[in-house]
Design a protein around this ligand. Structure first.
Ligand code: 5GP
Length: 189
C-alpha cells in the first residue's frame, strides 16, 4: 500500500528495542485520509467474508477498526484493558502481554456484544509477538464467534506474531511488512 509506505518512510521514528513510533499519523495524531485508505484496503481484502463485526483492543486499534468498520457498515467492538468499573461482570476476558509496555494486562468484552452468530475481523495497528491478536482470538473463541481474519497495518516480520497466527490457521493480511530495522531506518519486506 503505497501511501502507507510513504507515511512510514517519511514519519516513522525508531525507539529503543525496535519500537516503531508512528504517532504522527497512526496512533496518536491520526491522518484521516490515510486511515480511510486503510479501511478501504481491508475491505478489499476481506469483502467476501460476510464480516458482521470489527474487533480490536483499546486504544491504538480503535482508529483502524473504525475506518475499517465504516467500509463494511458494521459495528466496532474494542476490548477494554484492565478491570473497568463501568463494565458488566459478564465478560469474555484474556490476559495479554504487552510488547511495548513489557507488562501483562487483562482485556475484556461484554458478552452481550459478541455472539456465535458473529463473523469477526480482528484489526490492530501493529503485529509484533501476536499477543494482542491471540488474546482477541481467544475472546472470539470463548464467544463461539467465527474469526474470518486478522488485518494488521504494520507487521514487524522478525517477530513471531504472524507465524503464531498462521499456525492456528488464521488468515492474516498486513498492509506494510517491515523486514528489519537498519541504521534507524525501516526496510520493507
Ligand atoms: P503484539 O501483541 O503483537 O506483540 O504487539 C502488538 C501491540 O503492541 C499493538 O497493539 C501495538 O499497539 C503494540 N506495538 C507492538 N510493536 C509496536 C511498535 O513497534 N510500535 C508501536 N507504536 N506499537 C507497537
Amino acid at each position: 500500500m503505497k501511501i502507507l509506505h510513504e507515511h512510514i518512510t517519511k514519519h516513522a521514528r525508531i525507539l529503543p528495542n525496535s519500537i516503531i513510533k508512528v504517532d504522527n499519523f497512526l496512533n496518536h495524531q491520526i491522518d484521516v485520509a490515510l486511515m480511510q485508505e486503510i479501511g478501504k484496503e481491508f475491505y478489499e481484502r476481506f469483502q467476501n467474508e460476510n464480516i458482521t463485526k470489527v474487533i480490536t483492543v483499546e486504544s491504538s486499534g480503535i482508529g483502524v477498526a473504525f475506518a475499517t468498520a465504516m467500509q463494511f457498515n458494521v459495528p466496532v467492538l474494542f476490548a477494554k484493558k484492565g478491570d473497568p468499573r463501568n463494565m458488566t461482570p459478564d465478560v469474555y476476558a484474556e490476559n495479554v502481554h504487552s510488547y511495548t509496555r513489557n507488562a501483562t494486562y487483562r482485556i475484556a468484552v461484554s458478552k452481550q456484544f459478541l455472539t456465535k452468530e458473529d463473523r469477526v475481523l480482528i484489526v490492530d495497528d501493529f503485529l509484533a509477538n501476536g499477543q494482542a491478536a491471540l488474546g482477541l482470538l481467544s475472546i472470539c473463541e470463548q464467544a463461539g464467534a467465527h474469526v474470518c481474519g486478522v488485518g494488521i497495518v504494520i507487521e514487524k516480520c522478525w517477530q513471531r506474531g504472524s507465524v503464531l497466527l498462521r499456525e492456528k490457521g488464521v488468515h492474516v493480511e498486513s498492509l506494510a511488512e517491515i523486514k528489519e530495522i537498519t541504521d534507524e531506518k525501516v526496510i520493507f519486506a
